[in-house]
Design a protein. Structure first.
Length: 264
């Protein structure tokens, strides 16, 4: 039968052996979701734990790799046709998810190790708490392991990072901020991060820095994509192009990946 539109070619294509990409996705999804499930079991009565952007993003990381693992398994067992196809809505959605979560890995790790950890050390927080919050296996996995997994995924896959998708980074961050404001206003929970406390005199600066840093990191991975394309074999670079039956080429647009019916 025809290759399902749901699993567009671009999601499972690898610049190397697709089995390697499938193996990465399977291992990462089992590791991330397994650890998230264990944390949920151990903290079943600690709802406040799920206020953290790290925890939310880490679960979504695992979900992304789980879905893409299924896509890769289907691709390995049932290779898609070599012809280029219109990207399905599902494919566009997964490309956006990859872009947002990849940028968030940089954001979360940079904020923790470059800001929160030094602030805790400077404030004289006890070493016991620092070891628990920053220097534990859980912390290293969620603030380091996540980035390593996405970097490997980035170098192996053929997913485009489109400039127009920057808007989804802002949507993700702003939705989190408004959710925390609502949670703090309606419940007894405190702000998960000291830099989010609106009563702090420096909060306007922090809130201004969050979207700026998010966009800066998005354009950093956008630049990485451009470098990867330049280093790619010219024949392989057609993975980001397509053509119709008349051999008219379709280039990946710089617009939002949900706003254009481009081909792969």
């Amino acid at each position: 039968g025809a290759w399902p539109d749901l699993f567009s070619n671009v999601l499972s294509r690898s610049r190397y052996n697709p089995v390697i990409l499938a193996g990465l996705r399977i291992f990462t999804s089992l590791s991330f979701l397994g650890f998230a499930g264990l944390e949920f079991h151990l903290r079943s009565h600690q709802f406040g734990h799920y206020r953290y952007l790290t925890v939310i993003s880490f679960f979504l990381d695992g979900l992304y790799f789980f879905v893409m693992a299924i896509v890769s398994i289907v691709q390995v067992l049932r290779p898609p046709p070599t012809r280029y196809q219109p990207a399905s809505f599902f494919a566009k959605l997964m490309i956006i998810m990859f872009t947002v979560l990849f940028a968030m890995c940089f954001f979360i790790d940079l904020v923790l190790w470059g800001l929160l950890y030094p602030l805790a050390k400077h404030a004289g927080v006890s070493q016991v708490i620092i070891d628990e919050k920053f220097l534990s296996f859980s912390s290293f996995l969620q603030h380091g392991g996540n980035l390593v997994a996405f970097l490997i995924e980035f170098f192996l896959n053929s997913l485009p990072i489109l400039k127009g998708n920057a808007i989804y980074i802002l949507i993700y961050v702003l939705c989190y901020i408004f959710s925390i404001w609502t949670l703090v206003e309606l419940t007894d929970f405190d702000y998960p991060y000291v830099i989010m406390d609106v009563n702090d005199s420096l909060s306007p600066m922090w809130y201004g820095l969050i979207p700026v840093l998010s966009l800066a990191l998005f354009f950093a991975i956008f630049g990485m994509q451009k470098i990867k394309e330049k280093c790619t074999n010219p024949q392989e670079s057609r993975l980001v192009l397509g053509s119709d039956s008349d051999n008219n080429e379709f280039y990946v647009s710089e617009e939002s990946s949900l706003s254009r019916n481009y081909y792969w």
